[in-house]
Write a new protein. Sequence first.
Length: 160
Amino acid sequence: MLGWTALLALAQTTLVPLVAFRGAVPSLVTIAVVLYAVRTGARRGAMLAIPAGLLEDIFAGTGGAWTLGTTIVALLAGGISRRMFADGWFAPAVLCGLAVLLRDLLFWTVMRMEGFPAGFAVAHLHTSLWRALFTSLVAFVWLIVRGRLVVDKTTVERWG
């Protein structure tokens, strides 16, 4: 799964900005991390989120804000998964959108603590809202396509 996440992080920084809408691009890494955490639990989700967030920080040149945000989102998504039916389409897609909002909030909080000026807060909020919507739509389409293409329906067992 880490290889796919690395590929998604590379695609997110090189190809996905070509389809930006109102300055927002879907977060493919968040989709991968949230859907993995929902199926396998918080601990395994965080184990994927740390290197995925680190890759995003390396590509973006930020100082750990994406790593922190992605890891916290994975822990929360894995915790929520105990109370949610993860095999559906709608709930996981909405969870991906909410995860983007929380992840962006954590990112900009860390950036603000590092000295980034707060003057563009409203612009970043609008971009985050569009990004969450866009990410939810991409996740929804992915879940529908995956549900139609996967013939062997298997589930991931939780251990520990």
